[in-house]
Design a protein around this ligand. Sequence first.
Ligand code: 5AD
Ligand code: SF4
Length: 429
Amino acid sequence: MKRYYISTFGCQMNVHDSEKMAGILKLEGYEKTDNVKDADFVIFNTCSIRQKAEQKFFSELGRIKKLKKRRPDLTIVVAGCIAQQEGNNIVERASHVDYVLGPQNINALRDIVNLTANHVFLDDNPYITEIELPADRNDNVRAWVNIMYGCDNFCSYCIVPYTRGREKSRASQNIINEIKVLADKGYKEVTLLGQNVNSYKSDMDFPGLLKEINEIKGIKRIRFVTSHPKDLSDELIFAIRDLDKVCEHIHLPLQSGSTKILTLMNRKYTYGDYLKKIEKLRKEIPDIAITSDIIAGFPQETVEDHKDTVRALKEIEFDGIFAFKFSPRPGTKASLMSGHLSDDIKSERLSEILELQNKITEKKNKELKDILQEVLIEGHNEKNPSKFTGRTRTNKVVNISATDDIKTGDIVNVKIICTRRHSLEGEIV
Ligand code: 5AD
Ligand code: SF4
């Protein structure tokens, strides 16, 4: 039997695209291997959001050159955002690459496997929302479901609108059918995926879609990523509040606490607008967990602007953040702006942001001590198999001593007995 190996970089969208590519290969009779040396077919599903992710891929690609020399029949595919951005350059730079496949063209993998294809697939794909690909999923309890593709926002730092194209929403009925099948297979949780789920639009809007999914028997939890603050409507806030399966967690990237920088970023909201949304979310859904993304050291960011971000973190107290140094991406507006900062300044600001947030996250977790939480059991803890691991509705990881009467996929009530920065310890009640 032929074997495939997939190396995935980047966001949840890529993780799920890899599941779909795995699904195609499975149908074509391939078996998965975790060891690249055993593979006949290798896919790199790449990410170009920051330079670091890009470098990681190119060094992996360099390492596989030797293997290809020894085994010329090995097929190497570069997929994902670097594939879209670099196109033919990849084949020119690395002649051991056989195929280049943009994120809108992963369905072309079927042709590649049957060796009837060209080398480079980068076209805009208007049918992406209609193509149903059979995902071979990594998890049996929680599933990713695309609801839309692409992004129209053109935040000035971001490469995504160039690599994933314009926003396109899937028909609601196709999404609902996919989730019904997942429910029949025993899945308990779905995470709806889109670059900006709040602008989902088909025969219904995003709150309408949530309402429909909330009715699907067997599904116990609904999550979604990512939300753009400018599109977070009152209707969505009410849907999170009122729909029992929609979890009390929102990932709402702030990016900066300085309105001047937000304008340069083309985010289309002020810090004041953002704060009002946070206040509304917390008023309507008091226990909601809010997480965010922050970029440190955007061009022209002064000490004052940075202090505004620090102040914002203290004022809002997110449950957690992902923070990154600004990374200029070729072709984006921000890469061409004046006033780029040195790596040292970016690193210094990032450290300050992360240190502060660590304290806030720890403090927020401490507040959960002795509190009851509903936990969906995801499986055994990898490092300590005598424990189960799961998540609260607010997306916090909880470890629980395993007992015979609980199993993966169960929803249990636990009391939080110990809190750490990145996880909680719970006891079944
Ligand atoms: N540099 C640094 N961070 C970036 N992000 C997107 N583009 C860049 C960039 N050029 C971050 C944003 C976004 C998250 C997914 O990645 O914070 O919300
Ligand atoms: Fe990038 Fe902005 Fe679109 Fe998010 S909303 S993918 S940050 S352009």
